[in-house]
Write a protein that binds this ligand. Structure first.
Ligand code: GRF
Length: 219
C-alpha cells in the first residue's frame, strides 16, 4: 500500500466522508466564522457551501488582526468581514461582548472558530451554548494549547491529526465532534506536517459542522 493510500484510508477510518447535510431543501445553517490569520479553513467552508456539500451560509467573518489574509478571502467570496482588534479592548470579556453583539446583529446560529487564536470567555460561550465549534491541529486530548504541531513533533508520536470540538471554558476540552489522523513522517518539519494536517482540516471541518448541526440542533 502506498503512503498516500495509507494516509487516505487511515483518515477515512476515523472520519468517513459523509453526504451533504443538512439536506439541501432544509433551511441553510447561518454561520459566523472567526479567524485570526490565513483563513484557509474559512475558505474550505465557503467552498464546501458553494459546492453544495454543506447546506449553510456564512453571514459574517470576524477577524482580530488587521491585515489577516482571512479578510481578503472574505472579500473575494462577498462575505462581510468585520475587524474586532483585541488590542482596542480593555479585557477579554469586553472583546467577547463585542463579538456576541456582532454575531447577533448578523443573525448567526453557529459560531465557527477557524484559527481564532484568542482564548474566549463565558461571555461568548454562554451566548451560544453548544453552538460554537473550534478546530485544533492535534488528536485531542493530546497536545492542547498553542504549538500543538510542534508538541507532536517533539513528542515523537507517529500519528497526529486534527479535531473539531465544541468550545467550553477549558481550552481545547469540549465534546469531540470529528477527528482525522495524519501520520508523522521521519523527515517532517513543522511546515510539512502542518500542511498535511491542514488538508485533513479542510476535509473534515465542513463535515463536522453538518454533523454537529444534525446531532445537536434538537437540544
Ligand atoms: C489551523 O491549523 C487550526 O487547527 C488552528 O489554526 C490553524 C488555522 O489555519 N487552530 P487557517 O487560518 O485556517 O489557515
Amino acid at each position: 500500500m502506498s503512503l498516500h493510500s495509507a494516509t487516505t484510508s487511515l483518515s477515512s477510518l476515523i472520519s468517513p466522508d459523509i453526504a451533504a447535510h443538512p439536506p439541501q431543501n432544509a433551511a441553510p445553517l447561518k454561520l459566523g466564522v472567526m479567524a485570526s490569520g490565513s483563513g484557509s479553513n474559512f475558505e474550505a467552508i465557503a467552498q464546501a457551501i458553494a459546492d453544495q456539500k454543506l447546506n449553510a451560509q456564512v453571514n459574517v467573518l470576524l477577524y482580530n488582526n488587521p491585515g489577516a489574509k482571512a479578510a481578503a478571502r472574505a472579500d473575494r467570496w462577498g462575505i462581510p468581514a468585520i475587524l474586532l482588534n483585541h488590542r482596542e479592548f480593555a479585557s477579554r470579556e469586553a472583546l467577547d461582548g463585542a463579538i456576541v453583539e456582532t454575531l447577533q446583529q448578523h443573525e448567526v446560529e453557529w459560531v465557527i472558530m477557524a484559527g481564532w487564536m484568542r482564548i474566549v470567555t463565558p461571555i461568548l460561550i454562554n451566548a451560544f451554548p453548544r453552538r460554537i465549534l473550534n478546530i485544533h491541529p492535534s488528536l485531542l486530548p493530546s497536545f492542547k494549547g498553542n504549538r500543538a504541531v510542534e508538541q507532536a513533533l517533539a513528542a515523537g508520536v507517529k500519528i497526529t491529526g486534527c479535531t473539531v470540538h465544541l468550545v467550553v471554558p477549558d481550552v481545547d476540552s469540549g465534546d469531540i465532534i470529528m477527528q482525522a489522523a495524519v501520520p508523522v513522517l521521519p523527515d517532517d518539519t513543522l511546515e510539512t506536517l502542518h500542511d498535511r494536517i491542514h488538508v485533513q482540516e479542510h476535509r473534515i471541518f465542513p463535515q463536522a459542522i453538518a454533523l454537529a448541526a444534525s446531532q445537536l440542533s434538537n437540544e
